[in-house]
Ligand binder design. Structure first.
Ligand code: DON
Length: 304
């Protein structure tokens, strides 16, 4: 199928709607991004690439990186993972502290910040050089030689990490943090500071629509059952307290980041990434969500 005219039509339609949101401003680097950026890239199962707008321009992937770190530890940790992090939607904002106390330091899921910090902690225990391992992993799945980590964003993320440190310290008090907090924050903010384009993200997400197999590095990244489970977590938890709304409007497993990116998959059909930096009050890209809603409505496809 030729998706090119469809994504161009959706792009134009979304532009006409003149939707506005707010740039992330917890660090200066994200508030300086040009809000007019908007790109879409879809890759089908034959590897055909369809793109429009700024789909080849890099941006801060932020929390989208959490699905990559989860994939890196998932098969090795399986049983142990469930003892340390749950798989339920949180219904709370991504950086909320409140549930952790009620639930004895076990985060609701691996995509809220508390859960992602547990995954980063596990990754540090599994890989002697975690930053290099993350870079290598993303290079393989996106078939790109260079993976950019924005050093200014990384420094800034570390300087503004009080809330994430609070989450990590709190979990430490429940023995749910093995490595030094400083190191966990350093690696967590490192993977949040990676920059990728929609094109690179759509390539990187191919294994989620292909039973765990990446056609780029020709490697089984996850086994089929783990792929099903991570897709299920993306569907139910990938958009935090907007996960129900995203499933309702779009009906695809996906993951957002406060840089304005959203990556999603329709298993067996395509992977897609959309970027537009202005966010709604839940921290998800306004235009990216509208893009995926229109696209799945027009295509009449979704998980449902
Ligand atoms: O840890 C943080 O709060 C940010 N570096 C990442 C948050 C994020 O992308 C949440 N997703 N929408």
């Amino acid at each position: 199928m030729d998706y090119q005219s469809l994504i161009e039509e959706v792009y134009e339609e979304v532009q006409q709607l003149n939707l506005r949101g707010k740039l992330a401003d917890y660090i200066p680097e994200l508030s300086r991004v040009d809000p007019a950026n908007y790109g879409i890239c879809l890759i089908d199962m034959e590897g055909n690439v369809f793109g429009t707008g700024q789909y080849q321009k890099g941006f801060s992937i932020q929390s989208i990186s959490k699905v990559f770190t989860l994939s890196m530890v998932y098969d090795q940790m399986k049983g142990n993972l469930r003892k340390r992090v749950n798989v339920e939607p949180s219904g709370d904002p991504f950086n909320s502290l409140i549930q952790l106390e009620h639930e004895d330091g076990i985060p609701r899921n691996p995509f809220i910040n508390a859960g992602a910090l547990v995954i980063t902690d596990a990754l540090i225990s599994l890989f002697p050089q975690p930053e290099a391992a993350i870079k290598k992993f993303i290079r393989e799945i996106s078939c790109e030689n260079v993976v950019t980590v924005n050093q200014e964003v990384h420094q800034s993320e570390m300087a503004h990490s009080s809330r994430n440190r609070a989450l990590a310290n709190f979990m430490k008090s429940y023995n749910n943090m093995d490595n030094p907090i400083d190191r966990v924050i350093e690696v967590y903010t490192y993977h949040c500071s990676i920059e990728m384009s929609c094109f690179e993200l759509a390539k990187a997400f191919q294994y989620f629509c292909n039973n765990g197999y990446s056609p780029y590095c020709k490697r089984q990244i996850l086994d089929g059952s783990s792929t099903k489970r991570i897709n299920a977590m993306m569907l139910t938890c990938g958009f935090y307290d907007e996960a129900g709304e995203f499933a309702y409007k779009v009906g695809l497993p996906g993951k957002s980041g406060v840089g304005g990116g959203v990556a999603a998959v329709l298993p067996g059909r395509f992977s897609i990434a959309v970027w537009s930096p202005e966010l709604n009050p839940k921290g998800n890209s306004v235009k990216a969500i509208k893009t995926l809603e229109l696209l799945t409505d027009k295509l009449k496809v979704s998980l449902f």
